[in-house]
Write a protein that binds this ligand. Structure first.
Ligand SMILES: [Zn+2]
Length: 44
């Protein structure tokens, strides 16, 4: 029986931005390590 993606990611620890420590709840499938705020700063 397969777990749904939601159940799977629920079991993972929350990702935190390594720069500002903000918890990112919807980045589970992402390779992006930083929160939107820090990414936005980067793109300046
Ligand atoms: Zn951040």
């Amino acid at each position: 029986m397969l777990l749904s993606p939601v159940e799977f990611f629920r079991n993972l620890p929350k990702k935190e931005c390594p720069k500002c420590g903000q918890v990112m709840e919807e980045q589970a499938e992402s390779y992006i390590m930083e929160c939107e705020g820090c990414l936005a700063k980067k793109v300046e």
